[in-house]
Write a protein that binds this ligand. Structure first.
Ligand code: SF4
Length: 494
């Protein structure tokens, strides 16, 4: 029997993986196993085959390649693929290897060891291990995870919630989706460890509507976890449910997400009180994004000190970067914090796509700063990015080429904020509309050099007076476009 592996991840399917699987299906003596994806999307569809020396792979496979794969002709050893070889895979170590819905695969590749360890530890000891690890929330604010957990743990006993923020709305990000589609038991395990640490009995995964495959996989994984008793925490079962969001970017903000979960419009709540004190239905709630929960099992199984040994002094562990835009090799790269943007783009992104010349890079989604080539030596860690007036956000890196119109890009991001603003505070609700209007005036050739001062003034007000990061970060793409690419704005002045 020839055993072939092929990813069922949405990106692999978009590249044609299902067509290849169909062509392989009725081949006698061939078994096709659908796995998670290694995240080397520029190589998908990628078919792998077991050999005594390890797996070998064929890239960008079409149905026409099926005969030579079945005959074993060609192929490259997977452990020799530079894009994969040079990564430090920790959270994504099993990706491309295991079947997403096989609890047996997950367990046999090191899964559930963190939960087993947590079951024999006190809540305080679990939180101490997370403190030692130096783990900071991977969603944007980068708040120490242990701190939130400890606040919720100390809240009076009663109903408490664990909520996974799976509303991955930043352009160019997909690592949460990969976890949910590829290793859903890792997310469930992380949430169970958190539930044990704070004493929660219920949880929700708030999954964006645009991820139907991820939601389906999660629901099937929860059924399997229920069936096998995995959700039993002590004497009480942990109740876990997937809830679909309605496509609003601001619902990625934890308090708007909670409003939405409670059945109301996703409007940001003022803080304090913080959700760890008063969150869902007024109860103590830990809201963390998928990647944060997915990082926790390894911390419990290998120890907080092991996690703290990776990365930089104040950004511990690894970060899965998602490289997209005009590069040769888009895909997911997991590396310790501290590499520079240039390292990542050259070594893993493979340089620019054919015919494209670098113009700018944006890290952290639509609210991220736009950087020119001279800023590529910034180390990828929370503090260096904060010092440079940038955010790491969810680790999405989008590269723009020489054909990009920076004025249009700035207008696009301000228009995005105007569309997605929840409307609760004036600087964001009105400021984003006025900002878009000024940029449209400049584009129409009716702007003046004073408009740039006006945008700077407006940006300052939005940064300092907005209630949440959507309004507070919205000016950054515009102001950095003006700062680094002023020559693109000046021809538009009247
Ligand atoms: S900054 Fe924007 S999204 Fe945030 S609360 Fe204010 S209006 Fe709502």
């Amino acid at each position: 029997m020839v055993r072939l592996y092929l990813s069922s991840d949405t990106s692999a399917v978009a590249a044609g993986a299902d067509r290849v699987a169909e062509a392989l299906r009725d081949r006698p003596g061939v078994e096709v196993i659908r796995t998670s994806s290694r995240g080397a999307f520029f190589l998908e569809p990628m078919v792998e085959r077991d050999t005594p020396g390890g797996r070998i792979a064929w890239f960008n496979v079409t149905p026409d390649d099926v005969p030579r794969i079945v005959n074993g002709a060609g192929g490259v050893p997977v452990d020799q693929i530079p894009f994969l070889k040079e990564q430090t895979r920790v959270t994504f170590a099993n990706f491309g290897v295991t079947r997403p819905l096989s609890l047996e695969d997950y367990r046999s590749h090191g899964g559930l060891k963190g939960l087993e360890a947590a079951r024999s530890m006190s809540p305080e000891a679990i939180i101490e291990e997370v403190r030692l690890s130096g783990l900071r929330g991977r969603g944007g604010a980068a708040f120490p995870v242990w701190n939130k957990w400890d606040v919720a743990r100390q809240a009076p006993a009663g109903r408490k919630y664990v909520v996974a923020n799976a509303d991955e709305g930043d352009a160019g990000t997909y690592c949460d989706r990969m976890v949910m589609e590829g290793e859903p038991f890792r997310l469930i395990e992380g949430m169970l460890i958190c539930a044990r640490a704070i004493g929660a009995d219920s949880g929700y995964i708030y999954c964006r509507q645009e991820y139907p495959a991820a939601a389906g996989t999660l629901r099937a994984a929860i059924d399997e976890a229920e069936r096998t008793g995995l959700l039993q925490l002590g004497r009480t079962p942990f109740r876990l449910e997937v809830v679909s969001g309605a496509g609003s970017y601001v619902c990625g903000e934890e308090t708007a997400l909670l409003e939405s979960l409670e059945g109301r419009r996703g409007v940001v709540r003022a803080k304090p009180p913080y959700p760890a004190v008063s969150g869902l239905y007024g109860r103590p709630t830990i809201v963390s994004n998928v990647l944060t929960f997915a990082t926790v099992p390894n911390i419990l199984s290998r120890g907080g000190a092991w996690h703290a040994s990776l990365g930089t002094e104040r950004s511990r562990g690894t970060i899965p970067l998602q490289i997209g835009g005009r590069v040769k090799q888009p895909g997911l790269v997991e590396v310790p914090f501290g590499l520079t943007l240039r390292d990542v783009l050259d070594r893993f992104g493979g340089g620019m796509a054919p015919g494209a010349r670098f113009k700018a890079v944006q890290v952290g989604g639509p609210l991220g700063s736009l950087f020119p080539e001279s800023k590529l030596d910034i180390p990828i860690c929370y503090d260096a990015f904060a010092e440079a007036g940038a955010i790491l956000g969810h680790g999405g890196i989008v590269v723009y080429d020489h054909e990009t119109d920076m004025v249009e890009l700035a207008r696009h991001f301000m228009a995005f904020t105007a569309d997605e603003s929840c409307g609760k505070c004036t600087p964001c609700r009105i400021g984003s509309v006025r900002g878009r209007e000024i940029l449209e005036r400049i584009q129409a050739g009716r702007g003046t050099a004073d408009d740039l001062a006006l945008l700077a003034d407006l940006g300052e007000t939005m940064k300092t007076a907005s209630l949440c990061a959507l309004g507070g970060r919205a000016p950054y793409p515009v102001l950095t476009a003006i700062e680094h690419f002023p020559h693109e704005f000046s021809p538009h002045y009247s």
